[in-house]
Design a protein around this ligand. Structure first.
Ligand SMILES: NC(=O)c1ccc[n+]([C@@H]2O[C@H](COP(=O)([O-])OP(=O)(O)OC[C@H]3O[C@@H](n4cnc5c(N)ncnc54)[C@H](OP(=O)(O)O)[C@@H]3O)[C@@H](O)[C@H]2O)c1
Length: 254
């Protein structure tokens, strides 16, 4: 596929450049600074991609980038959610602009585009309930409003998926192609975290489920490379099993 990668200079974005190329995709990187991207990538990799400079809050520029390059899919890794519940970041504005741009490009193409978005573990449901994990550990709440926006879209306007990892750590700072995955692939599940470990601790009055979320959280740490590989691999097929879903992930070794 031809993929517009928004936020290619970030921790996940830069690894997605390498992962997408490794999976045979064409990459159009949408970044604020092409110089920064060029300084981060090996010259042999930078030569293989197209670069568009722009701001991810500018829906018009994003839509033009999609249509001019004839992209089939979009991955947005731009913007970083604020951690405290009272925090504000640019992420919701970026998210709204990207969603608007991808929708409008789909209307012009007469076919909804495929798009991957990023959120966090907190928008997944506590297993066996309809309560989000962020009701028990209220951090990175901006992801919730982003998910609400996706869920409010009329059917067949955007073929979205939302990856919901916990903390992602780097495996390496080698962004050459092909990529080498050191930590194995991810196991994924829709809407809830895969392989949740239950415990009697959840019955502790008032704080039991919060304690259990905190105990589980470390198990869901994955690497940036694993998540990049997951998205790049999913985009190999036109029909994704994760279409219209939030997706929880865990390392197969955990
Ligand atoms: N890292 C984690 O552990 C983790 C865990 C769960 C979820 N997430 C989510 O995953 C996403 C990616 O995380 P990350 O660690 O890769 O973030 P990051 O390293 O902070 O990267 C953010 C990217 O967004 C770009 N950006 C910010 N504002 C922009 C704007 N107005 N226009 C264009 N580009 C803009 C930055 O570009 P510049 O280089 O120009 O600043 C950078 O490339 C975030 O939404 C984050 O909330 C991260």
């Amino acid at each position: 596929m031809k993929v517009l990668l928004i936020g290619a200079t970030g921790n996940l974005g830069i690894r997605l450049v390498a992962a997408l190329l490794t999976h045979g995709h064409s990459v159009v990187a949408f970044v604020r600074s092409s110089n920064k991207l060029e300084s981060l990538l090996p010259a042999s990799v930078y030569r293989q991609i197209a670069v568009v400079q722009g701001d991810a809050t500018d829906a018009v520029s994003i839509k033009r980038a999609i249509l001019d390059a004839n992209c089939d899919a979009v991955v947005n890794t731009a913007g970083l959610a604020a951690l405290p519940p009272w925090g504000n970041s640019e992420l919701p504005a970026i998210f709204q602009a990207v969603v608007a741009a991808v929708r409008e490009a789909g209307v012009e193409r007469k076919k909804p585009l495929r798009a991957w978005f990023l959120a966090g573990l907190g928008v997944l449901y506590y297993p066996g309930s309809e309560s989000m994990l962020s009701n028990y550990v209220p951090i990175y709440l901006e992801h919730r409003q982003n998910l609400d926006l996706l869920k409010s879209l009329p059917p067949n306007t955007l073929d979205w998926s939302m990856l919901c990892p916990s903390t992602m750590t780097p495996e390496s700072s080698d962004f050459s192609v092909p990529t080498k995955l050191l930590h194995g692939k991810l196991i994924a599940s829709a809407a809830t975290p895969p392989s949740w470990q239950d415990s009697w601790i959840k019955y502790v009055p008032l704080i039991g489920k919060t304690l259990l979320c905190a105990m589980n959280a470390r198990r869901y740490e994955t690497t940036l490379e694993q998540n990049a590989e997951f998205i790049a691999s999913d985009l190999e097929s036109l029909e994704s099993p994760w279409s219209g879903m939030t997706v929880g992930v865990i390392s197969e070794s955990k």
